[in-house]
Design a binder for this molecule. Structure first.
Ligand code: BEZ
Length: 386
């Protein structure tokens, strides 16, 4: 039928050529950590990004320039400048650390280059410091943790001790959790912020947490720190008495295997888990496993969806920085994580949040979904997009 219509109208070849040539001119700067505490997260985002381009048959249509942010603000800033001013990219994709996102925000906004945030949850980037050039397809720190405060209070938890690394993401995640937990009747009876990327021994903090006698401990840790924390929480004997909760990066499928049995029974919240039972996710998980021989994590989906929104924008005819920025915020579809839309008020993703428990599945570990909070959207929090 399509062939017939093409012959009759003589339009299809021209149309597909147009899509091809628009895409061929799209140069993308991938700004991710490939060294440091968050290096594995950067690699996973990159894998998901490339997979989506290949799946769409468009891998050859984008030129990728990769730079290592090291998850350090000054390095991220220098590399962002290089990508935008020297490589002249049409869009930047990536950024894992909230601190790096905070550092590059003004430069991105002033350069009028679209940035697709593929991880960093810094609330301000889609709140008081939002920009029409910054579109986030990952999550905001508040979005992942706010629902969990309510959920835990509703499930009988009354007194919590909180812990997180001492940088923007750690503070914002605990603040969001504390606000909703307190509003629902809970109490945060103590909190510690550990030196980011430097804390190897959580013992002194765990001793303090135990002495406070909370009903539960709630934390944000990711990457190598998540592995150390979960293992030490078990080996220092807290897990047996005080249930551990957190944002879902704590027990990400990317590194839960390294945490081993210590992760069993930990309950966390996140915008994606590979056990989601939908046709879109089953197809995604099968394709990812076939390509990489491991289940995808939230970071993989964030890379995948970063590429998908970019592909959709380019397919819609967007060419050049201004047009791509404009088109990105209009993309919406149902993908592996469920429905995904970009909030026109903030440019932050609107998505479901899943509460999941890490459980044993034979010798392996898997994610059992125990709650779903639909279409979670942040308040504008002072964001005015112009
Ligand atoms: C952040 O810095 O925003 C972040 C880093 C790792 C996982 C989640 C959030």
């Amino acid at each position: 039928m399509r062939k017939f219509l093409c012959a009759a109208l003589g339009a299809c070849a021209a149309a597909s050529l147009m899509v091809h040539s628009a895409a061929a001119e799209t140069k993308v700067g991938l700004l991710l950590p490939t060294s440091g505490n968050y290096a594995a997260l950067g690699k996973e985002i990159d894998d998901g990004f490339v997979m989506a381009l290949e799946e769409a048959g468009m891998a050859g249509d984008f030129t990728l320039v990769r730079e290592d942010s090291e998850a350090k603000p000054p390095v991220g800033m220098a590399k962002a400048r290089k990508l935008v001013l020297q490589d002249n990219v049409d869009a930047v994709v990536g950024i894992v650390s909230s601190a790096v996102l905070g550092a590059v925000r003004d430069f991105i906004d002033g350069s009028k280059v679209p940035l697709i945030v593929a991880n960093a949850g810094n609330d301000e980037a889609t709140g008081a410091n939002c920009s029409k050039y910054i579109v986030r397809v990952s999550f905001s720190n508040a979005q992942v943790n706010r629902p969990m405060g309510t959920w835990m209070a509703e499930h009988g938890v009354k007194k919590v001790y909180a812990m997180a690394p001492d940088y923007a993401a750690g503070h914002q995640m605990i603040d969001a959790f504390t606000a909703s937990f307190t509003a629902a009747g809970g109490e945060v009876i103590g909190a510690d912020y550990t030196p980011f990327g430097k804390t190897q021994d959580f013992g002194p903090y765990l001793t303090k947490a135990k002495a406070a006698s909370p009903d539960a401990v709630f934390v944000f840790y990711a990457g190598g720190e998540a592995i150390s924390f979960v293992k030490q929480y078990d080996s220092f004997g807290l897990k047996a008495d005080i249930p551990l909760y957190g944002s879902g990066f704590l027990t990400s499928p990317l590194y839960v295997k390294a945490e081993g049995p210590a992760a069993i029974g930990v309950t966390t919240s996140l915008h994606y888990v590979p056990t989601l039972d939908t046709p879109e996710n089953q197809a995604f998980v099968a394709a990812f496993k076939a390509k990489f021989d491991r289940p995808p994590s939230e970071y993989a989906v964030q890379g995948y969806d970063s590429a998908r929104v970019l592909i959709e924008a380019v397919k819609a005819g967007a060419k050049g920085r201004e047009a791509i920025a404009e088109a990105l915020s209009k993309v919406s579809y149902t993908g592996p994580r469920g429905p995904l839309t970009i909030d026109p008020a903030t440019n932050n993703v609107v998505q479901n949040i899943y509460v999941y428990e890490t459980v044993a599945d034979g010798d392996a570990l898997t994610q059992k979904i125990v709650g779903t909070i639909n279409e979670v959207r942040d308040a504008p929090n002072g964001c005015v997009l112009k």
